[in-house]
Design a protein around this ligand. Sequence first.
Ligand SMILES: [Zn+2]
Length: 610
Amino acid sequence: MPAAGPSPRSFASLILAAVLLPAAPGPASAQTLEPISYTVRFPAPATHYAEIVAEVPADGRTHVELMMATWTPGSYLIREYARHVEAVRAVTPAGEPLAVAKSSKNRWRIETGGADRVTVAYRVYCREMSVRTNWIEADFAMLNGAPTFLTPVGPAPRPHDVRIELPPEWSESVTALPPAPGGRPHSYRAADFDTLVDAPILAGNPTTYPFTVEGTPHALVNIGEGGVWDGPTSAADVERIVREQRRTWGFFPYERYLFLNMLVEAGGGLEHRDSTLLMTSRWTTRDRRRYLRWLGTVSHELFHAWNVKRLRPAALGPFDYEREAFTPSLWMVEGLTSYYGPLAVHRAGISTREELLEALSGQIEALQTTPGRLVQPVAEASYDAWIKYYRRNENSPNTTISYYTKGAVIGFLLEATGGRRSLDDVLKAAYGRYSGERGFRPGEFEAVASVVAGIDLGGWFDRAIRSTDELDYEPALAWYGLEFAPDARADDDAPAPAWLGLDTRTDRGRLLVAGVRRGTPGYEAGFNVGDEILAIGDYRVGPEAWRQRLGLYRAGDTVTVLVARRERLVRLDARFGEAPPEGWRLRPVESPSAAQTRRLDAWLDPGSTP
Ligand SMILES: [Zn+2]
């Protein structure tokens, strides 16, 4: 049973706790430049617009050039946020209009006319419900830094101050940014643009559940509970995950942390240094599986506070917000984090051992049933995230592999490869060495793993990371006393049912091919994504009868399937095959050795192992 959670109360006490903490000193150069300050207003939030006024120091120059970021760190796709910006205007402090001209797709050049500062006003359309973009409606606003704030071009860091003017119906603004000097309400100071981008801002009427772990303040901040979401239980479970990750790492890398949770019937999570932005359905706490998945995302994003926000590949920061940041190491920062997501939920005492093994089995099955694993090494999947992972099409399963999925499975196998040392030990050693300004370069994390394990893992990493060889599960299974349960269908004496290997979907009563995986009978027969399946042999088949009809054929039968392809009727000759075995469900072996039991316990429940 989950412990009772704290009752919601004002966020002011948490803010107070934050201001009482000593401020972290910023880079020396940040102190020398005057801040740029923004005022954000929502005069008609139902129209999805933010109106922004920026006071921009001219620094004695004849012109200033401002840019809008093209992407959000953590989400590796050029998204062209400038397309939502409109009506950029500039005036002198005396109100004289200044010339504004576009100088590239995402830049504006403003003549200063000798003024020491310019006032720039613009509007941003905010209606994209994702954790990296913006959304404004009558009840609330969710703002991310990258798609919201124009900033001076150039590397010189300067403070960015933000003041939010709330509509009268809204009570609060919430962000991980510290308060700006001066103590005005809803006013925040980011030490530099990176910090601003790394701290999303929510405004509206949130419900906040503060809690403290080892003296460090945290809060779960929910927007949209709507009388449906179970706030106290979710806050108590989030706190247990925080305690578990504190136990794993031995310290918190931040001074306070916010879980900004949007209950908006969308999904996702994005990591930041001192907060995370999450999205789910308001009904999630009422469904065990969905709830565990959400807690897994909470756990994943929190783990990123260590792994990627501080222990990071050198390519991932400082960022060029106008260009891609390529790295082969996302299998580590995303994949190992995906391994720890559900693991920490289990170690926190929330999910059962069966539920944890089911989550891990799902990751293994997703990897082993994706043909692209034999085409794309996971290091390359990471490098090509910008053009492949975030730009999927119907052929993606055949040609790519997810660095989340394969990276998580590699985490499990690596865990069992280190002998007496755990993956926790490897990560802590890597954190100690590479969490500073420099970051780690390709190969350096692997070298730490070898040192900690006391064996040369170079060849192991070459195969797992840089080749398309199948992963070898046997050593890990033997180490923990696990096995893959045999396919339940194997006990069945009935002949194998027919299988084409097509993914299908229904659209307005039509049965459509949604995916054709390489190596399946459907691929060999020449099915195309988008084909409408009309008949098998001379007999019509609709969406409701498709599965049942396939069950009436047997592997080895040959048939003609009639499809409509862009309205033209096409006959495809197909030979049914046999579905590959569903053999990726992990379970403990019947009679494990004492050593296997000890290792399994130490892995899954380290907090209770002496
Ligand atoms: Zn992640």
